[in-house]
Design a protein around this ligand. Structure first.
Ligand SMILES: Cc1cc2nc3c(=O)[nH]c(=O)nc-3n(C[C@H](O)[C@H](O)[C@H](O)COP(=O)(O)OP(=O)(O)OC[C@H]3O[C@@H](n4cnc5c(N)ncnc54)[C@H](O)[C@@H]3O)c2cc1C
Length: 308
């Protein structure tokens, strides 16, 4: 699976992503290529046009996309089609599944997932958007912000209140974990010669890269554990939160190390690693911040008093 995704991603090189970074346009050619080969329905059940695989397989796919150099720009372009409609696949009625899932699996419709509001970020339960039933229809009132791909999406899965207060909702559990750039820093360290030898021959360059490799691998194992637990129907909250935290930290360190390895060139757009660092910040900020993950682990795993 990884090899098949890498083959598609190889058609969209660094220049393609640099152009999208500069013009801000949605990467529609990339989206289409994955849709045409049937990848967008990877974890949608076969009965509704997907491949019926698990979150574990989808996570491997998303890793391959991010690691190809597409980064978070590439991953964000497709991750709502892949994971976003999971609540419908799990809890929807038969009619809803038949209506909503096949166009998403085929890439005919793009979805986005709207939770965040100007006054409610991490505190999801405080959202103010209201859904009121009037006869046969719901009228929705409210404001959303920061909704990835909303500008190009055909459909929005939106979180709203149907009762005024007290009916708190749990934030949706999700796995969106991405790996970044270690490979690029390694190849630069091999090729860049300073003081008569490749910089990668110096331990001060080697050791941070080796640390990044180990930390990314550890995050990978935790992510696969969480994905496996989810696919088995087991409780996956602690592992999913830990994986999200570890992957974001390891990704950030890898990007920072990649820039340092490149020296001054690391700051130049043409070498791509500055974009990776900018994009990997998203994994630290959304959908849940590192602080809130630590609060969750302290409370739910260590049994300490709730602090937020
Ligand atoms: C690029 C991008 C894409 C996004 N895409 C989407 C999307 O598709 N759909 C969507 O619904 N949302 C999306 N978001 C929004 C994202 O989920 C929110 O930004 C995130 O949930 C954090 O909310 P906030 O920014 O309002 O931070 P706040 O809730 O205002 O928190 C600010 C800071 O305070 C810290 N903090 C707050 N309370 C505590 C506490 N008790 N203890 C310790 N620290 C605390 C937090 O950790 C954080 O660092 C996106 C955001 C970005 C940046």
């Amino acid at each position: 699976m990884r090899a098949a995704i890498e083959k598609i991603c190889a058609r969209f090189g660094d220049d393609y992503w640099l152009k999208r970074d500069n013009d801000g346009h949605f990467p529609k050619e990339f989206y289409r290529a994955l849709a045409d080969d049937g990848w967008l329905g990877v974890c949608i059940p076969q009965a509704y046009g997907g491949s019926g695989l698990g979150v574990s397989e989808a996570a491997v796919m998303m890793q391959a996309v991010a690691a190809s150099g597409a980064g978070l720009s590439g991953a964000s372009a497709i991750h709502m089609n892949i994971f976003g409609l999971n609540p419908v696949a799990l809890y929807g009625t038969e009619e809803q599944k038949r209506r909503m899932l096949p166009p998403i699996a085929a890439g005919k419709e793009k979805a986005c997932f709207a939770v965040t509001e100007p006054d409610a970020g991490l505190e999801t339960a405080r959202i103010k958007t209201r859904a009121e039933r009037r006869g046969d229809v719901y009228t929705i009132t409210g404001a959303k912000i920061w909704i990835s791909t909303a500008q190009v999406a055909d459909k929005m899965l939106l979180l709203a209140r149907t009762s005024p207060s007290g009916a708190d909702r749990k934030p949706t559990d999700g796995l969106s974990l991405f790996y970044t750039v270690l490979a690029r820093a390694r190849s630069y360290a091999r090729g860049r010669v300073v003081f008569g030898r490749p910089i990668g021959q110096n331990q001060a360059i080697q050791h941070p890269l080796a640390e990044c490799w180990m930390e990314l691998e550890a995050a990978d194992l935790m992510m696969l554990k969480a994905a496996w637990q989810y696919d088995q129907g087991m409780a996956c909250g602690p592992a999913a939160n830990a994986a999200k935290y570890l992957a974001a930290e390891a990704g950030f360190k890898a990007c920072q190390t990649a820039i340092a390895t490149h020296g001054g060139y690391g700051y130049a757009k043409e070498y791509h690693v500055e974009r990776y660092l900018r994009e990997v910040m998203i994994a630290k900020l959304a959908p849940v911040s590192p602080q809130l993950v630590l609060c969750f682990i302290a409370e739910k795993v260590l049994g300490l008093p709730k602090s937020y």
